[in-house]
Design a protein around this ligand. Structure first.
Ligand SMILES: [Zn+2]
Length: 308
């Protein structure tokens, strides 16, 4: 399962649809499905232990469900199934905990029109809070430490186990979240040229992210293809507050002289698309801050002499 997610991520297809997950993959001739309708916790038929658990799409206007789901120390609290007919899914989670099996957390996100899931893994159950009926889960971490449930039951009675998650893990999660939120908000295509190859689309920051541990803000991002991302970062291409595209004079000159073009055709045009929802649209103030720098650097033909 993790190899399958990894391979997809490598190809720029880390955002999956429900159907992708339902179809899953073949393993030794058996189809392994990774999700099912009306199941929070999922265990394929041939498995004894749980394989995935999911969080449904956040409400309209929210970017990610993380903030109220993850403790300050990085522990995810996941509610146990509450009804009797779903008790077997709790047992499947307990078994995964006892055996130290990694799981994948499937997070639904729908900033634009399509509901996508992305996977957080490996996720290890590090404790059970019986009082609040929650599984305590660490994303990342050590696969070789199965959980002794007798111990957990004892500790659950005393209080709540907490697990430290390194700042590194949080930063990595943050970057992934930013990428996934921006890409899905822009329907995985470049805002400048509209090219649709997900493998070539990147999440660009409009202004540098000062706090990597903070909430990833789609309004500080643009989905851009690799060429236009680099051109934007290097100030060969600027985007003003009204989302109009400007190409640096030296770049236009070069393309004129060589008779070849990559950026000039977009000069004076507008972004091909931005998310429909206002809160996800590129923030004007941030665009201006970036554009001011573009103007500074491109005034007086300075750039011809400066290698950026
Ligand atoms: Zn592009």
């Amino acid at each position: 399962m993790m190899a399958w997610f990894d391979a997809r991520r490598h190809e720029g297809r880390e955002l999956t649809t429900f159907r992708d997950l339902e179809v899953g993959f073949l393993w030794h001739g058996h189809r392994i499905s990774l999700i099912a309708r009306n199941q929070g916790i999922w265990k394929p038929a041939a498995f004894a232990a749980a394989l995935t658990f999911k969080t449904t799409a956040p409400k309209e206007g929210r970017e990610a469900p993380y903030e109220d789901r993850i403790d300050e120390d990085g522990t995810l609290r996941y509610k146990m199934a509450a009804t009797r007919d779903k008790e077997w899914t709790n047992r499947a989670m307990m078994l995964a905990a006892e055996r130290g099996y990694p799981l994948a957390w499937l997070v639904g996100t729908k900033p634009a029109n399509t509901l996508y899931y992305y996977a957080r893994f490996p996720a290890f159950i590090t404790g059970v809070d019986l009082e609040n009926r929650e599984f305590l889960i660490t994303i990342g971490g050590d696969p070789d430490q199965p959980v002794d449930l007798s111990d957990i039951r004892k500790r659950a009675a005393e209080g709540i186990e907490r697990k430290y998650v390194s700042r590194w893990t949080k930063q990595r999660l943050h970057q992934q979240r930013f990428r996934e939120n921006v890409l899905s908000a822009y329907d995985m295509s470049c805002a400048v040229c509209d090219m649709p190859h997900a493998q070539l689309i990147e999440a660009a920051h409009i202004v540098a992210d000062a706090d990597d541990a903070g909430i990833p803000v789609v309004a500080n991002g643009l989905a851009l293809c690799r060429v236009h991302h680099t051109a934007y970062d290097k100030h060969l291409l600027g985007i003003d507050e009204s989302r109009r595209i400007h190409v640096a004079e030296r770049a236009r000159r070069l393309e004129e002289v060589t008779g070849r073009s990559a950026l000039a055709p977009f000069d004076g045009g507008r972004l091909t698309h931005v998310p429909e929802r206002r809160a996800l649209q590129p923030d004007g103030q941030r665009l201006r801050r970036h554009f001011d720098r573009f103007v500074d650097l491109n005034q007086g033909g300075l750039l011809g002499a400066v290698d950026l």
